[in-house]
Design a protein around this ligand. Structure first.
Ligand SMILES: NC(=O)c1ccc[n+]([C@@H]2O[C@H](COP(=O)([O-])OP(=O)(O)OC[C@H]3O[C@@H](n4cnc5c(N)ncnc54)[C@H](OP(=O)(O)O)[C@@H]3O)[C@@H](O)[C@H]2O)c1
Length: 323
C-alpha cells in the first residue's frame, strides 16, 4: 500500500509517499480501507521532532490520528463490526495511508448526513473535546465554556458540541476573518485577542470551564476569569508550557486545573470515550445540531502542502487528506 512516511525530523518536505506493507490485524482489530484522514497539529509536532512520537523508527513512522473508510477485514474476536461497514475511527498513528488496522471499539458509524470522506474530520476533535471538556472538565448544561483558538479543528467542533449541550460559549481568534466566521457560526461570544484583552472584556463573566491550548501568560488570566469551582483544562501550551501562576487564585475560588494528551491514553479509555460519544454526541450530528467544518482537502501525496497550510494557521476548521 501507499503511505506518507516521516522520513526524518524536519519541515513539510520530509513527508514522503512510499510503498509499505499493509498492516496485519490483531484479533480485536479491523482493517479499514481509508477514504480520508484528518490532519492534526499533533502530526506537525511529531514531524518536526520524531522523538516526541514515542515508538517506532523515523523510517517507519506514518502519521495520522483519525480516518474514515470501509472495513475490509475483521479480526478473529471482532463481533460488533462486519466487512463492508462504513466507519470513522480514532487511531494512535498510521492514518496517512491507504489501509489502517484499528481496535474495533475505536470505530464509530458515519453519522447521518455526513459523507464518508468528511467523517474523517470528526474523531480526533470529538474524542478530545468529550474527554477534556465533558469528562475531565465536567461541563454541565447551563454553564459557560470558553475555548481559546475558536477556529481550530478542536474549537469549531467543541463550541458546537457545548452549544448543543445547552451551554453558553465564548471564544477567541486572531484575525478579523476568523472572528467573522465564528460569529456567522453563531457559536457564542467572539473576541479578537489581537485587538482586545479577553481577561478584561470577560472579567465579570464568571466562566465555568476553559479549554486552553495556548498556555503561557494566558494561564493566570484564565484563572482570574473563572467562576467559583471553575475548571481550567489544558490540551496544549502553544505559547509556552512553563508558566507562573498565583496559587491563591486556585484556593480562593476552589478551582480545578487539569488536562490530558489523548494519544497515549490506554485502549480501554478510548473505548469508554467512544461509547460515551456515540451515546451523547452522535445524536447531535444526526439532528444536524453539529457538523464538521472542513477548510480544505488534499490528495494523500500532497501531505506536505497540507502541513504547510496548518503551520500557516490560515485555516478555519479541519484539513483532510483524501485517498
Ligand atoms: N492534548 C490532546 O490530546 C490534544 C488533542 C487534539 C488537539 N490538541 C491541541 O489542540 C490544539 C488545536 O488542535 P487542532 O489540530 O485543532 O489545531 P489547529 O486547527 O491547527 O488550530 C490551532 C489554532 O490555534 C491558534 N493559536 C493560538 N495561539 C497559537 C500559537 N502560539 N501558535 C499556533 N497557533 C496558535 C491559531 O489560531 P489563531 O489565528 O486564532 O491564533 C491556530 O489556528 C493544538 O494545539 C493541538 O496540539 C491536543
Amino acid at each position: 500500500m501507499k503511505a506518507i512516511h516521516i522520513t526524518k525530523s524536519g519541515g513539510p518536505d520530509v513527508l514522503q509517499l512510499q510503498e509499505t506493507p499493509k498492516p496485519t490485524l490483531e484479533k480485536n482489530q479491523v482493517l479499514i480501507k481509508v477514504k480520508a484522514a484528518g490532519v492534526n497539529r499533533s502530526d506537525v509536532i511529531t514531524r518536526k521532532n520524531t522523538a516526541t512520537y514515542g515508538k517506532g523508527s523515523p523510517q517507519t513512522l506514518i502519521p495520522g490520528l483519525e480516518v474514515s473508510g470501509v472495513i475490509e477485514e475483521i479480526g478473529a474476536e471482532v463481533n460488533d463490526k462486519k466487512v463492508g461497514d462504513q466507519v470513522c475511527a480514532l487511531i494512535s498513528d498510521g492514518g496517512y495511508a491507504e489501509y489502517v488496522a484499528v481496535d474495533s471499539s475505536h470505530c464509530l458509524p458515519i453519522p447521518e448526513g455526513i459523507s464518508l470522506e468528511d467523517a474523517a474530520a470528526i474523531p480526533e476533535t470529538v474524542f478530545t473535546v468529550w474527554f477534556d471538556v465533558f469528562m475531565l472538565g465536567k461541563l454541565q448544561p447551563g454553564e459557560k465554556l470558553l475555548i481559546h483558538g475558536g477556529t481550530s479543528g478542536i474549537g469549531t467542533m467543541g463550541l458546537q458540541m457545548a452549544k448543543a449541550w445547552g451551554c453558553e460559549t465564548y471564544t477567541t481568534a486572531g484575525t478579523q476573518e476568523k472572528t467573522n466566521f465564528l460569529k456567522k457560526m453563531k457559536v457564542g461570544t467572539v473576541l479578537n485577542y489581537k485587538k482586545e484583552a479577553f481577561e478584561e472584556v470577560w472579567k465579570d463573566e464568571k466562566i465555568d470551564v476553559i479549554l486552553d491550548m495556548v498556555g503561557g501568560d494566558y494561564t493566570q488570566k484564565n484563572l482570574d476569569i473563572l467562576n467559583k469551582k471553575g475548571r481550567l483544562v489544558y490540551i496544549n501550551g502553544m505559547k509556552s508550557t512553563d508558566v507562573s501562576i498565583n496559587l491563591r487564585t486556585i484556593m480562593a475560588k476552589n478551582l480545578t486545573l487539569t488536562g490530558s494528551f489523548l494519544k497515549p491514553q490506554i485502549a480501554e479509555v478510548k473505548t469508554q470515550i467512544a461509547q460515551q460519544v456515540e451515546k451523547n454526541i452522535w445524536p447531535m450530528f444526526n439532528s444536524k445540531a453539529i457538523h464538521p467544518i472542513i477548510y480544505k482537502k488534499f490528495p494523500l501525496a500532497e501531505a506536505a502542502e497540507a502541513h504547510r497550510l496548518m503551520e500557516s494557521s490560515e485555516h478555519i476548521g479541519k484539513i483532510l487528506l483524501t485517498m
